[in-house]
Design a protein around this ligand. Structure first.
Ligand SMILES: Cc1cc2nc3c(=O)[nH]c(=O)nc-3n(C[C@H](O)[C@H](O)[C@H](O)COP(=O)(O)OP(=O)(O)OC[C@H]3O[C@@H](n4cnc5c(N)ncnc54)[C@H](O)[C@@H]3O)c2cc1C
Length: 473
């Protein structure tokens, strides 16, 4: 094989330039003829099928700095892949350079300071696996295969947000490669503007090469699980969810789930394939107190199944993974809500009686608590006063049926929109949702400040394969 055919010169880059990049890397440089190319460019959402001209798989921060400088100097579109879980799939670019961080997944704990350092390709399951033996966890999302990088940079909420605040609130510092190829640290005392911006402003400001978090003490055992009810009890379930979630202490987080029952062994066979309503919950504290707090939920209605029990925190963190596998086609819409009034509940149930796919679902999570209290001084995370977040999640397999499932999500969303705070979560925006919706994801003064910081660190908008904040001016 000649050097020319092995390297490929996609995007018109010279062989010499590519060889010179390769020579500086500890990691790998792939093109479309290399084994591993298709795996590297694949992401969780199978709707995304882009083909970068070149993929750098770094092993070190220096590799990332070299890749950023290369993309800038060669004027290549640049995209960054963390866990590859974002619905919009902006981790992958066409005809440009993609930095795929999947070879950098290490996590380390400093028990004396409860500090946790995480590399940019790690997923939350990697973090829980390393921190739980110390009785520690970094507050994260509800699916263990989601990437640390994208979730943290967009804010991040999950089972412990009501108690401790967003994931981004737990950052102590980051190491970041900015558009000029410089490696910087950012914290409250060093490049404080940049630090504020990466706490919610997404991947707009550089490639984060290390996240340093403050972990919280939790586990190994917590109380949590899921109670599922038949659809004919759903109106009462939605009402109960509202009352129970509003009365709950900040230790307790609840999630309303409307979906088609999977063929799970814990469910009676006669409900497989039928719509069901569920309430998932976790108590972030003493498991006995947790079971006491969850007693009203366990006593409510006539459940089809009840998995709430004392269990390992790490197991709870991954118990919903199987419902969101890698490689299906996905399309979402999401809103922040101030409340779940009964007429909204009825609309949710109407749409969930008409699921177009057995894999689609609607999730509505209670927020509030610490997420709401941490109003200022905690970075660019916006819409903290929202009490709930709703996600309408279309999921299916056959590309020929895209329109049908996308149509279901859109018409459902139209019904939910009037009940929104007007805000949405940046990490749940799809590819098509552009400048207006990105602005909806931030409060106006936060957006303006982000645009100003973008102008300082990335005035040419090198980092634009993301929910893009244009440089001010
Ligand atoms: C099934 C599922 C469940 C989810 N659950 C939750 C949840 O419970 N809570 C929650 O808050 N969110 C949740 N999310 C949303 C999630 O936070 C976002 O999808 C997030 O972007 C995923 O991060 P990632 O690293 O896996 O994504 P990627 O697709 O790899 O990256 C997303 C974007 O982040 C940027 N980026 C990635 N790595 C870096 C880096 N090192 N430096 C700079 N920029 C970078 C890039 O712009 C990239 O396009 C969920 C998503 C899915 C698909």
């Amino acid at each position: 094989m000649t050097s020319q055919s092995r390297i490929g010169t996609g995007a018109g880059i010279s062989v010499q330039a590519l060889e010179s990049l390769r020579a500086t890397l500890n990691g790998d440089l792939l093109n479309n003829q290399d084994p591993g190319y298709d795996e590297a460019r694949s992401v969780w959402n199978a709707m995304i099928d882009r083909r970068p001209a070149h993929i750098v798989q770094p092993r070190t921060t220096a590799d990332i700095a070299a890749a950023v400088s290369f993309a800038r100097d060669q004027q290549l579109p640049l995209s960054i892949k963390g866990g590859g879980h974002n619905i919009a799939g902006l981790a992958v670019c066409d005809d440009g350079l993609m930095i795929d961080c999947s070879l950098m997944r290490s996590v380390s704990v400093d028990e004396s300071t409860s500090g946790v350092r995480v590399q940019p390709g790690a997923v939350w399951g990697d973090v829980d696996q390393v921190t739980q033996p110390y009785g520690l966890a970094v507050p994260s999302g509800i699916i263990s295969t989601t990437g640390v990088a994208g979730l943290t940079l967009g804010g991040g909420f999950g089972w412990t947000t009501r108690k401790w605040g967003h994931t981004a609130d737990h950052l102590r510092s980051v190491e970041i490669v900015t558009a000029d190829g410089q490696i910087r640290r950012a914290s409250e005392t060093e490049n404080a503007d940049l630090f504020w911006a990466v706490q919610g402003g997404g991947g707009n400001f550089g490639v984060v090469t290390e996240f340093e978090f403050e972990a919280r003490r939790i586990g190994p055992t917590i109380a949590g699980g899921l109670v599922l009810y038949p659809m004919d009890e759903a109106p009462e379930v939605v009402r109960f969810f509202r009352e129970f979630s509003q009365a709950a202490s900040e230790d307790l987080t609840t999630l309303l789930v409307l979906r088609i029952a999977p063929p799970a062994p814990f469910l009676p066979e006669e409900v497989h394939g039928k719509p069901v309503a569920g309430i998932a919950a976790m108590y972030a504290g003493d498991p006995d107190q947790g079971m006491e707090s969850l007693a009203p939920l366990k006593a409510f209605g006539s459940p089809l199944a009840d998995t709430i029990s004392p269990k390992e925190y790490a197991i709870h963190q991954s118990f919903l993974d199987s419902g969101q596998p890698h490689g299906r086609r996905y399309y979402w819409k999401s809103e922040y809500l101030p409340d779940v009034p009964s007429e909204l509940g009825s609309k949710m149930l109407d749409h969930c009686a008409k699921f177009t796919s057995p894999h689609s679902s609607m999730l509505c999570m209670r927020l509030g608590g610490a997420a709401k209290r941490n109003q200022s001084g905690h970075g660019a995370v916006s819409h903290r006063s929202a009490e709930y977040v709703v996600a309408i999640q279309g999921a299916w397999e056959d590309p020929a049926t895209d329109d049908e499932h996308i149509g279901w999500v859109r018409s459902f969303h139209q019904e939910v929109r009037p009940y929104s705070t007007g805000g949405t979560y940046v990490n749940f925006l799809t590819e098509e949702e552009g400048a207006d919706r990105i602005q909806d994801a931030y409060e106006p003064e936060i957006y303006q400040r982000l645009a100003g910081i973008k102008a300082i660190y990335d005035s040419e908008n090198l980092f634009r394969m993301n929910k893009n904040i244009k440089p001010a001016g």
